[in-house]
Design a protein around this ligand. Sequence first.
Ligand code: IVH
Length: 675
Amino acid sequence: MNIEALRAQLERWMHQYYVLDAPEVPDAEYDRVFQQLQALEAAHPELVTPDSPTQRVGGAPLGQFATVRHAVPMLSIRTETDTEASGAAAFDTRVRKELGLKESDPPVAYMAELKFDGLAMNLRYEQGRLVRAATRGDGEQGEDVTQNVRTIRQIPLRLPAGAPEVLEVRGEVYMRRDDFEKLNERQREAGGKSFVNPRNAAAGAVRQLDPAIAAQRPLSFFAYGWGEVQGWPDEPPTQDGVLAAFAAFGFPVDPHRAVVQGAEGLAAFHARIGALRDRLPFDIDGVVYKVNALALQQQLGFVTREPRWAVAHKYPAQEQMTQVVGIDVQVGRTGKLTPVARLAPVFVGGVTVTNATLHNLFELRRKDVRVGDTAIVRRAGDVIPEVVGTVATERPRRPYVSNFHMPRQCPVCGSAVVREKTEVNHRCSGGLFCAAQRKEALLHFAQRRAMDIEGLGDKLVDQLVEGGIIRTLPELYRLGVAKLAALERMADKSAQNLVEALERSKQTTLPRFLFGLGIRHVGEATAKDLARHFGALDPIMDATVEQLLEVNDVGPIVAQAIRTFFDQPHNREVVEQLRAAGVHWPEGPPAPRALLPLAGKTFVLTGTLPTLSREEAKELLEAAGAKVAGSVSKKTDYVVAGAEAGSKLEKAQALGIAVLDEDGLRQLLPDAAGG
Ligand code: IVH
């Protein structure tokens, strides 16, 4: 394929993926063609064009943005603050009056759209190429943010044949709520500053002087209007028609838009979208009504800087101020302690909110939230309401109620509260014993890779815990058929099956049991390492941090987590009761290190081996002390490749990692296994 065909192919795939949400090829195929284009451009730098898909990664950082004068001013829009249906009727009445319509005249057709909560952007295309992206600014002049906007995959860098010679598409750059939550989660984990809301995060990304940073911020776009247009012989005569044409040119246009008739149609749209608002993947602060016929828009014209043919009809705000009356701590399913602000009831985002998360101690300190403060609370969609900040000037005079402290003991079970050095979250160490963590602990214990208790799933665990039937793990083994069969939706047969599954699970292995305990940082691999190293459970429970550090792949954080777990008397008691209930496993002497020829080596398996199954190869390797990982990285020592090995093999070759076949693998294994 020539360079132009490669680009066209990639742009088409990107449109399918980012705009239509219907990818036609797997990601790997996209990556392959993308790399092909990159290689071609590297070999022929003179062929690189600014609209090449490779240019979406962001160029050099800027000192400041250049100012851009808009060819057609970017107007604002009149806001109807009456959030009821009457707000829609008032607009329709004004329009009819301006147009000189009589009561007997038919209803006016409107385009009803969502009012996206992001920032307005003007995208200028000349001869079908994106030449400039500019913010609204003061409406007359904005900032040239082309470099950053190029990184938004939803925005086409070129338009198909038949597009106008000059086309300015206007719309909203925004951040989806899930992308925003993920970004903030990342920021919080890194101990960085989180963003107040998706709009601020989007605005910050667009105005990033370093496009490489902007490229990492997940932005989206919806087209809803236009500025200068030249050379569009078949320009549609309606707002609706123009938006449909934009969609055909490759722009994302929101599918909720609708052509509606008269005041009733507007009010029905407002109500319908209002009911949907929480479930939308992005924030809206209202809907926008526009007279659909462009000829009528022209006739209506403008008052000062607002069109008479459009209005924004709002919804209740998603951010409000209220008093903080207390700060509590909640313990989550996984033991995380979250400070929660108790609030004077406030109506926000359509519901009354009385508490809001503060995420963690560091967020709370950064936002400097204290009892008695006036806080800004945000509730959007089904996301948990959160305190996004305080209003400094509204803080009452001293004395404050003392500053918040994280409790040293879990408020639910009394176990020690711990926080690891590199973590922002405090956690309860009472895993097995803590009521807040019961469900999670049971599910973890019962899962296939742990005790493998067939039939003990989500719903049953809910029933058992909520019905007060089970409070601790050992009580599982005291469940009788009669007790189980008495549960709702539980047939005698299933009760019998579960009791049998429980009985079977009693005979297990030490790694499975250890993993099932749900000790923080002790996954399957670490459980195996521990079992191999110590041979039995008691020496693990009594091991010092130093002794634990001697285990393959166990570092200070993991060692401390194991120590803390077994330091909780409640956790030890649970272990004893499980053993007393008959849970058992074979134990042996500690493994002498020298007998493990592959200790410390990491393997990756790929493709089909001639005689060994993936599982068998893994067991042989692990028995020899090796670790088997799922993906190839610089840390991989060997890749064992069989027939139809795919991208893992390619990656190994690219990284210069040793590749073995089954024979090669057997040669590394001790004789007994080499067989
Ligand atoms: S039309 C002449 N339509 O709301 C009309 N604006 O002042 C110009 N907005 O910040 C605006 N969704 O970015 C229009 N569907 C929509 C919109 C929308 C959001 C924003 C726009 C501007 C403000 C309007």
